[in-house]
Write a protein that binds this ligand. Structure first.
Ligand code: NAI
Ligand code: MG
Length: 357
């Protein structure tokens, strides 16, 4: 099969890690004896592009993206553009109209990678953080200058939006995912003691949906307690479902606990498959290390594995994950994982591991 991939490297190290991921995908294709092919179209939408044209996604851009089977995204955000402008201008300008309401972020240990938890001799990590990706705290509702009383007295409001349908679909998604995993458990995260409307609605929907999955173990945990649990009792977690903001924070914590933000993968899924889904490393554009050739490509490559899985190529996805394990297991580690390997050397090792598989 030929898969049409839209690649959007974006800003900063986005280009470096997406190039690595595409090299891995080309190898997957070569090794498939013509079974799997990729037709990659690159879209130059970045903060540079924005400064030149006044927009990230041009008119007709979404229609062009919609013609692809999947979107492979690097990162957006640079020193020249305020972060809320770049995030809403590019990433959210795709996830929202394409109704990519489920963001999944797997977290696990890699061989040869030390982590704060592993030093404490913790058991294996095998989590998936499921993030509500369409509403909640990032719904974009609110306003500035609401007091009308001028400088020094400004009032700003940022409203969270939680719909019953939105809660239900992401919670059901989490339960369905839990059923496919070794530990069939869903942990729901809210802050419903302090936020008495939206988060209470979420809790109620969770309790109701759970009744349809009597075979799945459940728990409801407040987000502050959950952040402690991530560190102290990681072995008690499997699928963790949370709102847009809470899951955003918890998944960065999760990837740091597994070793580094640089290894974390994510998928922005439109589970209804009306629009293409988007695959991206969890990390941002990392302006502090851009151009040094030391960006860790593993998060982007693992995101390509999620893309292969979504496209219906699970064997290829497994081969890519095995190549990552083989590479870190052999001690070929980039700087953020405590090693000395460059982006190019890690990528080269991933490609060789795939060929040897
Ligand atoms: P960041 O993820 O870019 O960097 C945080 C730290 O982790 C930095 O020290 C960086 O060097 C390191 N790091 C991240 N990825 C790495 C990798 N692959 N290899 C080695 N080290 C890595 O987050 P930060 O600094 O908060 O944000 C920088 C820019 O990225 C901002 O403009 C922000 O808005 C944007 N951003 C974009 C995201 C996206 O496009 N989805 C997500 C997060 C941030
Ligand atoms: Mg984040």
């Amino acid at each position: 099969r030929i898969y049409r991939i839209a690649s959007i490297p974006g800003d900063g190290i986005g280009r470096e890690v997406i190039d690595a991921g595409l090299q891995v995908l080309r190898t997957v294709s070569e090794l498939s004896n013509g079974e799997i092919a990729f037709e990659v179209t690159e879209f130059p939408w970045s903060s540079h592009y924005y400064l030149e044209h006044g927009h990230y996604v041009p008119e007709g851009g979404l229609e062009q993206l919609a013609e692809h089977d999947a979107i492979y995204f690097g990162a957006v955000g640079g020193p020249e553009v305020p972060d809320h402008v770049s995030l809403w201008g590019l990433r959210l300008a795709i996830t929202q109209p394409f109704d990519q309401w489920a963001n999944i972020r797997p977290v696990s240990f890699l061989p040869g990678v030390s982590s704060p938890l592993r030093k404490a001799d913790t058991t294996e990590l095998e989590w998936v953080v499921v993030r509500e990706n369409s509403e909640g705290e990032y719904a974009g509702f609110g306003g500035r200058n609401l007091s009308g009383r001028g400088p020094g007295n400004e009032v700003a409001v940022q409203t969270s939006l939680h719909t019953e349908k939105g809660c239900e679909r992401i919670i059901r998604f989490a339960f369905d995912l839990a059923r496919t995993r070794p530990v069939t458990k869903v942990s729901s995260v809210t802050k419903s003691n302090a936020q008495q409307y939206g988060m209470v609605l979420w809790d109620e929907v969770f309790t109701r949906v759970a009744k349809d999955y009597p075979d799945v173990e459940t728990e409801s945990v407040l987000v502050d307690a959950m952040s402690a649990k991530f560190v102290l009792h990681p072995e008690q977690l499997s699928v963790v479902v949370a709102s847009n903001l809470h899951a955003d924070i918890l998944s960065d914590l999760g990837s740091a606990l597994a070793g580094s933000l640089g290894i974390a993968a994510s998928a922005n899924l439109n589970p209804d498959r009306r629009y293409p889904s988007m695959f991206e490393p969890v990390h941002g554009s990392a302006p502090d290390i851009v151009g040094q050739g030391i960006a860790n490509p593993i998060g982007a490559v693992a995101s390509a594995a999620l893309m292969l899985e979504h496209l219906g190529e699970p064997a290829a996805a497994r081969a890519v994950l095995a190549a990552i394990d083989a590479t870190t297991g052999a001690g070929i580690l980039p700087k953020d994982l405590g090693g000395v390997a460059t982006t190019a050397q890690v990528t080269e090792a991933l490609v060789s591991a795939l060929r040897e598989d």
